[in-house]
Design a protein around this ligand. Structure first.
Ligand code: HEM
Length: 514
């Protein structure tokens, strides 16, 4: 039916109530019955410039392309216009966007990069395809209904070992087939991990990005690096196969992330710890089976892996992003935990937590930057398709100036991030700890500050549409309040800036003078 061809003159005859056709991008739609149900009202469809006419420009000034892809609307198409060709194409899974600055330069035809090889490119295509086909449809659903990531998506992620790869290069990848063999475990580097972080943040749904097992990314490394062989043998396979979930439980209502002030206590009772206390803002806590928990012990701060049982309860915390992240308030009520679950030495919890910070901050920076690039793409498209005073929005110098500022911030962040990623690939763990804490802190604060400026600029570009949860500005609406979270997670923006400068000051040569 949709292959039938009509002339413009034929379409023009169907221009009244009960008999209404329109053309959108060379496709003919019969809206005769739909008009009465149209969410934008029926009268707008009977306007002289719309009924029986080519309404492409009017349509894309008011709707996203995805509206026409929904099955209930796609079936309104009855044919095409003879002699015309459809030019507006939906993204194909795995494909690169051709919108300028919508992709990092290494993905843009004709540009070169010193960091990535053809193997990275192959991996990137496979990861993007996987996320677009398997994860994105669920991400959109979960953002709306607040439910956690469905188990079948987790299972598919674990089949290609995405959960393991999110922890970065290392021994935990040995013997695994990664992304159907597109990368060997030995070859897997921080650029592969950067690709994963970039792709998973491209859905425009911030809650889901954290829901996508971010808890394990930040909470499992202490088990990997400090757990006893028995604990590792049991917990790591369960978490990396997606059978069990894990969360990092450090912050408290009393103390925020000031670990010196935490009140959760662990008291020895023979071969057990008795843990009592509460934790707040725990990402994935609502559905976690394990909690990598910061506790006050007799000799200082100690990290203990707590397994959920009847004496552990979690309550969802309402946040300004979707409940799919599983953000929870956790209560430990005299939980009996085997002493074998201690991670690292008793009283040495600070180094257990600190050892993971560089990686966590780098990961938060990568996902934040990817979400910002999506916003740049949204603004580039919107500013080009939105007509004001008979011209596209891009004809306004003030809009172009905002786009210039947004693009520059994202490109600067990307180049800095790739440089640091290259250092991570070429430094030992000890070198990374001593040399990169400052630069990663500075990069993170730069990217999170940029995110808030991009949120403001994009809101100005989208106007009222940036305030509505559905429709044209939905990505901006989601980004606007959540961009500020990146300034808090894994180290507050101001603290990160200060850390960067303090680390630099330590390295000032004693003889440096003006
Ligand atoms: C196949 C044809 C069409 C379909 C399936 C369709 C569908 C929709 C849907 C689903 C919405 C709600 C958007 C949202 O909140 O996400 C909407 C809103 C709207 N539509 Fe359409 N529409 C069609 C054609 C048109 C045309 C040709 C016009 C031309 C004027 C139009 C004008 C509007 C307006 C003014 C709104 C309200 C927009 C807003 O609240 O920002 N629609 N339409």
């Amino acid at each position: 039916m949709a292959s039938k061809q009509y002339t413009e003159e034929e379409v023009a005859k169907h221009n009244k109530e009960g008999d209404l056709w329109v053309v959108i991008d060379a496709k003919v739609y019969n809206l005769s019955k739909f008009a009465a149900m149209h969410p934008g009202g029926s009268n707008v469809l009977f306007a002289e410039s719309v009924a029986g006419q080519d309404a492409t420009q009017a349509f894309f000034g008011l709707h996203r392309l995805e509206v026409l892809q929904r099955p209930q609307y796609a079936r309104l198409q009855i044919g095409t216009v003879a002699g015309q060709e459809s030019v507006i194409k939906a993204p194909v899974p795995g494909e690169i966007s051709r919108v300028p600055y919508a992709e990092a330069t290494w993905l843009v035809p004709g540009f070169q990069s010193p960091y990535y090889t053809d193997r990275h490119r192959k991996f990137q295509t496979a990861v993007r395809k996987f996320f677009m086909e398997v994860v994105e449809p669920e991400a959109i659903r979960c953002e709306e209904n607040g439910k956690r990531i469905p188990q079948e998506v987790v299972d598919k992620m674990s089949e290609v070992n995405l959960i393991a790869m999110r922890l970065g290069p290392g021994k935990h990848l040995e013997g695994r087939t990664l992304m159907n063999g597109t990368v060997e475990p030995k070859e897997f580097c921080y650029f592969h991990e950067l690709i994963i972080n970039t792709e998973l943040a491209r859905f425009g749904g911030r809650g889901f990005v954290d829901g996508l097992l971010a808890g394990a990314v930040i909470g499992l490394p202490p088990v990997l690096n400090y757990g006893s062989p028995e604990l590792k043998a049991r917990v790591i396979p369960e978490v990396l196969s997606g059978k069990k979930f894990l969360a990092l439980a450090i912050s408290e209502a009393f103390a925020g992330s000031d670990v010196g002030g935490i009140q959760t206590t662990a008291v020895r009772d023979g071969d057990f710890w008795i843990v009592t206390g509460t934790k707040k803002w725990i990402t994935n806590g609502g559905f976690a089976h394990y909690f990598t928990t910061g506790c006050k012990t007799e000799t200082g701060f100690t990290v203990i892996l707590i397994e959920r049982d009847d004496s552990v309860s979690t309550k969802a915390i309402k946040t300004s992003y979707s409940a799919t992240a599983g953000t929870a308030y956790v209560t430990f009520d005299k939980v009996r935990v085997p002493v074998g679950n201690t991670l690292g030495k008793v009283g040495n919890g600070m180094s257990v937590i600190l050892s993971n910070f560089n990686h966590e901050r780098w990961m938060v920076t990568a996902t934040a930057l990817s979400a910002q690039r999506v916003v740049v793409e949204e603004c580039m498209k919107w500013a080009s398709q939105r007509m004001v005073f008979g011209k596209p929005l891009t004809s306004q110098a003030v809009i172009r100036a905002k786009l210039a500022a947004m693009i520059s911030r994202v490109e600067a962040g990307q180049n800095w991030l790739e440089n640091i990623t290259h250092q991570m690939n070429n430094m030992s763990y000890a070198e990374m700890s001593s040399r990169l804490a400052g630069p990663i802190g500075l990069l993170k604060q730069y990217v999170s500050r940029s995110g808030q400026e991009i949120a403001n600029d994009s809101t100005q570009i989208f106007g009222g549409r940036a305030l509505t949860v559905t429709g044209m500005g939905k990505v901006i609406e989601n980004f606007q309040p959540t961009s500020a979270f990146d300034a808090i997670l894994a180290g507050a923006e101001d603290v990160m800036a200060d850390l960067g400068v303090r680390q630099a000051m330590k390295k000032m040569p004693s003889g440096a003078r003006l």
